[in-house]
Design a protein around this ligand. Structure first.
Ligand code: RAT
Ligand code: ZN
Length: 402
């Protein structure tokens, strides 16, 4: 059925709100992986995005903050950022969005009461997947964190919901230690212990991509270091894309812990070299700095083996997303993966996707209205196809999964 200028807004709104989402990058785990599965209000408040805000807004020093238990930390974040101050930042707004969607009224209520009410509403990841309309997601799995990797010793979760990915940062951060682990976990006598271990992990976890976060100081490793050349060859042989998360500088403020990472530099000319040097490898790419977005979008027009994904971390701010999303559409059409959640607490899926849809809707509406103005027929089918591609198929096709 063709869509008219009058019913276009409703048709688009319904499509955005009913299309299931495949979330390409999260830090979530299934409930069976007990201490790694995070859920609930207190975990939401202890998100490192909020901790960074607390530590700069209040005069609480980081070592005192980190000496508290999780309940104390959460209650402090609540009182400092939501009671004493106006919770206007994106991370604060996220918490309020979740509370609103759960119909939890917070005005004139104690923290304890809000917590109790919250606990009564959210019990499992199933609730959250339903509320957020996320049908499947990719975890971040570190083969060199043996405790975390023990997830794959059991098979007790739905593999069609929680997909695995191999996060290889440890090979850059501490190569010797990672090599030692690779040897310990294999016969140790292989010609290439790292590849032998990755092969073992691959068979155990069926990952949909491998990933690494790098910046200008470490990027050349991909082009020059023999271990990484082998990894690139190996991933090509597996048809396994490599996700490059570009431009993070770790521990800008060490005392802030996980909340202390910042932005580093990246030279995207090197990315272009990489795409040319390894034309049969597939690269998913996201950049942390606003400065790199234009050049990255141009590169994505030049290299079919490069696919842009998401608004990563410091890029995930409404004002920035709106502008860059339009730039990406102007240069790439719909041939990119517009968003991922980066959720660490399952409940965050609710706000991350609600917030993104709120930005996506008027942007898409403007483009469709422009097409109708130019006498291009828009049908419900076209809208559904596009939204499905943006929310799921673009990523799944690139990863070769169905
Ligand atoms: O967004 C985040 O939570 C960051 O701390 C990082 O984990 C980042 O997303 C990453 O995957 O390195
Ligand atoms: Zn992440």
């Amino acid at each position: 059925m063709n869509v008219t200028i009058d019913n276009l807004p409703d048709k688009l709104f319904n499509s955005i709100n009913s299309t299931p989402i495949f979330d390409l990058h999260t830090h979530l785990f299934p409930p069976t992986h007990k201490s790694y599965f995070l859920l609930g209000f207190k975990n939401l408040l202890n998100y490192h995005y909020l901790i960074a805000e607390l530590l700069i807004a209040s005069n609480i020093d980081s070592s005192t903050f980190y000496s508290y238990n999780d309940d104390q930390k959460a209650s402090l974040v609540w009182s400092e950022l939501f009671v004493k101050r106006t919770p206007v930042s994106e991370a604060c707004a996220g918490v309020l969005t979740i509370l609103k969607q759960l119909n939890i009224e917070i005005n004139n209520k104690s923290f304890a009461l809000v917590c109790d009410e919250y606990d009564q509403k959210i019990h499992s990841d199933k609730n959250i997947l339903e509320l957020s309309n996320v049908s499947s997601l990719v975890m971040t799995n570190n083969p060199f964190d043996l405790d975390e990797w023990s997830l794959f010793n059991n098979n007790d979760w739905d593999k069609k919901i929680y997909f695995a990915s191999l996060r290889l940062d440890d090979l850059i951060l501490d190569y010797e230690e990672s090599l030692k682990k690779a040897k310990d976990q294999t016969s140790g006598s292989e010609e290439n212990n790292v590849i032998a271990y990755l092969e073992k992990c691959y068979l155990q976890s069926s990952p949909v991509y491998a990933a690494v976060s790098i910046n200008i100081d470490t990027f050349n490793i991909l082009l020059e270091d023999s271990t990484w050349k082998n990894i690139l060859q190996w991933s090509q042989s597996k048809n396994l894309p490599l996700s490059l998360m570009l431009g993070a500088k770790r521990a800008v403020n060490k005392d802030f812990g996980l909340a202390g990472d910042g932005i580093g530099d990246i030279n995207l000319k090197e990315l272009s070299n990489l795409c040319n040097s390894f034309p049969k490898n597939k690269f998913l790419v996201t950049c942390l700095s606003l400065n790199d977005q234009h050049e990255l979008t141009v590169l994505a027009r030049k290299h079919p083996n490069l696919r842009i994904f998401g608004f990563w971390w410091f890029m995930n701010q409404p004002s920035i997303i709106k502008q860059i999303l339009k730039m990406r559409i102007d240069m790439l059409g719909f041939s990119f993966i517009p968003q991922h959640s980066d959720a660490r607490v399952s409940d965050q899926l609710i706000y991350k996707w609600t917030h993104f849809k709120k930005i996506l809707y008027p942007v898409l509406l403007e483009y469709y209205q422009g097409l109708v103005d130019k006498n291009f027929l828009i049908s419900e089918k076209i809208i559904q196809r596009d939204v499905h591609n943006l929310f799921s198929a673009n990523a799944k096709n690139f990863l070769d999964i169905n």
